[in-house]
Design a protein around this ligand. Structure first.
Ligand SMILES: Cc1cc2nc3c(=O)[nH]c(=O)nc-3n(C[C@H](O)[C@H](O)[C@H](O)COP(=O)(O)O)c2cc1C
Length: 180
């Protein structure tokens, strides 16, 4: 049985609109989904590298989910990768412990589609994580991205309703990518 692990990197999940919906929907689509919000787990930023590597060893598919912050992921996800994907574990002579596992990216963004056309499109923003996957011989399984989530969304019920449907589709896409 394929095991899917969701690494959620949201510094304020209680205030989240988008990622909360994605996670709740995904739980219904992948019943044995393991979810780790690294901001809740490591509020001081000190990552238990051995525990994280052991958790990765047991997963076949890893979804990295986050709200876009400054055209990147929130910093703790970068630190998590830096700390956990060590030489001798994730890469090095004959030591590619993540080899063959699938990496999927889930991003939400405040900016509208039009702002991410051309040179700095969404594909480009996903690029560093795709490169990371390939460097450690994982399979890059694709990504889901929902744009145009205004900070004020909770004050506009019609917009929120339409976005909820879009975000549930986002979760469905992730579940599909995890399956294939
Ligand atoms: C510190 C910070 C930086 C942000 N940077 C970006 C950005 O670079 N591009 C963008 O489209 N949205 C940006 N946003 C908007 C968030 O991506 C958006 O609010 C989030 O994806 C919504 O998801 P949530 O409801 O789960 O929090 C930023 C938000 C914050 C708080």
């Amino acid at each position: 049985m394929s095991k899917t692990l969701l690494i959620l990197a949201h510094p304020h999940i209680k205030d989240s609109f988008a990622n909360k919906i994605i996670v709740e929907k995904l739980k219904t689509l992948i019943p044995d989904l393991e979810i780790d919000n690294i901001y809740e787990k490591y509020p001081d930023g000190k990552i238990d590298v051995k525990a994280e590597q052991e958790k990765l060893d047991k997963a076949n598919t890893i979804i990295l989910a986050y709200p876009m912050y400054w055209f990147n992921s929130p910093y703790l996800l970068l630190k998590w990768i830096e700390d956990v994907f060590t030489h001798g574990y994730a890469y090095g002579t004959n030591t590619y412990k993540l080899e063959g596992k699938k990496l999927i990216v889930s991003m939400t963004m405040g900016g509208a589609k039009d702002e991410y056309k051309g040179k700095f499109d969404v594909e480009r923003l996903v690029g560093p994580l795709e490169c990371t996957a390939l460097f450690v011989k994982m399979k890059f399984g694709g990504y889901a991205c929902t744009l145009d989530i205004p900070f004020t969304i909770k004050d506009t019920p019609d917009v929120a309703k339409a976005k909820t449907a879009e975000l549930e589709k986002h979760a469905e896409k992730l579940a599909e990518l995890a399956k294939n």
